[in-house]
Every structure is written in C-alpha cells, then in structure tokens.
Design a protein around this ligand. Structure first.
Ligand code: 5GP
Ligand code: ZN
Length: 143
C-alpha cells in the first residue's frame, strides 16, 4: 500500500482543531510562523505551501494564506485581490512540485469548507493533489 492509499474521504480525521477559534492557537498559523515544522515548498510574504502530513495522492500539498482566514465562507469583497493571487499561485506550485504537465497531467484543487464540507483545520487552505493515478479514495471518491 502506497503512503497516500488510506481509506476514508479527505475530511475530518479526529481531534479538536476545528474547534479552535483563535489564530494564536491555529495549527496553520503556527506553521506559517514557523513554530511548527512543515516540509515547505513555497513561501512569500502572503502565502505558504507545504506537504500534507497525510498525503492522499502522489503529490499532496497545502497552500495557505499567512494571515488567518477560517474558510472560504469568510471571504468578503475586500479579499478579491489576494485570493486571485492565491489561485494563480496554485498551478505554479503544483507544476513545480511533481504534478505532471498539461494536458495529460494536471492537478486537483480542493477547499473543504465547514464541517459538512469536511474541513478539519479552520484556516483556509487549498489542497493541491496530483501525480499518477490511482489516488486514494479520499482524494478521488468520484473520479
Ligand atoms: P481539511 O480536512 O481541513 O481540508 O485538511 C486538513 C489537512 O491538513 C489534512 O489533509 C491533514 O492531513 C493535514 N494536516 C493536519 N495536521 C497537519 C500538520 O501538522 N502538518 C501538515 N503538514 N499537515 C497537516
Ligand atoms: Zn490560522
């Protein structure tokens, strides 16, 4: 069994992370502040990308804004500019870190949002998933 071939959908595993309200205690804020180690593949003033600790595909990265935003449900009119920069960064990071070139390759971008959306960590993040198939059912339940 490959590392990414675990059972279960991408979504809540266990633990109280989704109940933490303060960015001070937010796991991904701590990673952004380099207080918790991560395998970082990209860092700039606004964003950080790093390997998911429990990969569901040959390439499984997480892209986050460095400032605390709980989820896509918290995005407002003032967030358009940085959100577009984040979206544009996703393919750049994907193809620089093992996702195969288009059109045969590509990647999947996932933003689990809220409990029923399967969000475990309440800091906005894009899953960037790619690489040769098959992937775990967690990453591609309907693909
Ligand atoms: P969500 O379910 O919130 O969309 O995704 C959270 C993701 O964060 C999961 O895929 C999980 O494997 C990953 N994750 C949880 N804790 C850590 C950690 O401490 N470090 C890293 N790199 N990834 C984590
Ligand atoms: Zn945070």
């Amino acid at each position: 069994m490959k590392m990414w071939q675990h059972t279960g959908l991408i979504g809540p595993m266990s633990g109280p992370a989704s109940q933490i309200p303060m960015s001070h205690d937010c796991l991904f804020c701590k990673i952004a502040r380099h207080e918790i180690p991560a395998r970082i593949v990209h860092e700039d003033d606004e964003f950080l990308a790093f390997h998911d600790i429990n990969p569901a595909a040959p390439v499984h990265l997480l892209l986050i804004p460095k400032h605390h935003v709980a989820s896509l449900a918290d995005i407002g009119p003032a967030d358009g500019d940085w959100l577009v920069r984040m979206l544009r960064l996703a393919p750049e990071i994907a193809f620089a870190n093992g996702c195969n070139p288009m059109p045969a390759g590509g990647f999947r971008l996932v933003a689990n949002t809220g409990a029923e959306g399967g969000q475990e960590i309440d800091h906005l993040h894009f899953h960037i998933l790619g690489g040769e198939r098959p992937w775990s059912n967690r990453a591609a339940p309907a693909a």
